[in-house]
Design a protein around this ligand. Structure first.
Ligand code: NDP
Length: 288
């Protein structure tokens, strides 16, 4: 497509398995399946080359459709999906992964994650689920594998029971919830941190510290927060169905926050009070 424009300004992060992931992508949680292809098409047109979906979002099909319609090579787009909570047993995980590939319409994903550790379900056994994802990596249908919402103790259990560490851990992380223990554990062990709900679904955007920096830099509050993530090394994929915001959220590479800005945004952390989603130790929801 002629309007397709590559935004080479998005840096790549090298994962512990040698693969590269664009540090900024596009998230599709809570995008209606019927509207997903359109939103992803807009994202691809303005330069995104990394899409974050999940079986749970029921919109993998729209992601695949948009990529095929875009004229962008499949190899140029980094696609992540995630195993749904009802499919942790190895045979279920194998079937679910095949469904993911067929919904996307591709023969591989770039990254496949265990969506939630669910330590109170399946007898607390996420290790055999992890070993099943290792099969997908070994046969090439998942280029990289990782986890989401894993706490330090969950990562430690994987470290003691498997030769392969997750390439990423995707966790809730934004200025109101730094999730620092989990992030620091990942940093120390070369597990890349992906920050979900990077702008806390909009909740941080009216924060005076952030709006003041935005005014000074003539950027939007969302751009300031996303830039803060980028400078801290997090991988992010903001969600929007608003074309102007989709474009705005990738325009992060022509300005910088100074050290004081970064420190002041980092100081907004509220700890557990800042968490917007469920706590991973307790979350046990299996979607219908
Ligand atoms: P985000 O923090 O990305 O916020 C999305 C919300 O912010 C939407 O309401 C959107 O509105 C609004 N918004 C987006 N851009 C702007 C902007 N520039 N200015 C003002 N408002 C804006 O929340 P998500 O929860 O969607 O997180 C992002 C991604 O993280 C998800 O899509 C998903 O891929 C992943 N995720 C993973 C989870 C996990 O358990 N692994 C859990 C949650 C998310 P609008 O669309 O109307 O423009």
């Amino acid at each position: 497509m002629s309007t397709t424009q590559r935004t080479s300004a998005v840096p790549n992060v090298t994962l512990n398995d040698g693969h590269s992931i664009p540090q900024l992508g596009f998230g599709v949680f809570q995008i209606d399946p019927a509207e997903t292809a359109e939103a992803v098409s807009t994202a691809l047109e303005v330069g995104y080359r990394h899409i974050d979906t999940a079986e749970m979002y029921r919109n993998e099909r729209g992601v695949g459709q948009a990529v095929r319609a875009s004229g962008v090579d499949r190899a140029e787009v980094f696609i992540t999906s995630k195993l749904n909570n009802g499919h942790h047993r190895p045979d279920d995980a194998r079937r679910a992964f095949e469904t993911t590939l067929s919904e996307l319409g591709f023969d591989y994903v770039d990254l496949f994650l265990i969506h939630w550790p669910l330590p109170t379900l399946y007898g607390g056994d996420f290790v055999s689920t992890w070993k099943t994802l290792e099969e997908f990596r070994a046969d090439g249908r998942a280029r990289s594998i990782g986890v989401s919402n894993f706490q330090v103790e969950h990562l430690q259990r994987l470290a003691s029971s498997s030769d392969h560490q997750p390439a990423v851990n995707q966790i809730e992380l934004h200025p109101y919830l730094l999730n620092e223990q989990v992030r620091a554990y990942g940093e120390a062990r070369d597990i890349a941190t992906e920050a979900w709900s990077p702008i806390a679904q909009g909740a941080v955007l009216g924060e005076p510290v952030i709006t003041a920096i935005a005014e000074r830099l003539e950027k939007s509050p969302a751009q300031v927060v996303l830039r803060w993530h980028i400078q801290r090394g997090n991988i992010v994929f903001p969600k929007s169905t608003t074309p102007a915001r989709i474009k705005e959220n990738i325009e992060l590479f022509d300005f910088q926050l100074d050290a004081d800005d970064v420190t002041r945004i980092t100081a907004l952390d509220k700890g557990e009070v800042g968490r917007t989603g469920p706590h991973p130790d307790k979350f046990a929801h299996i979607p219908a």
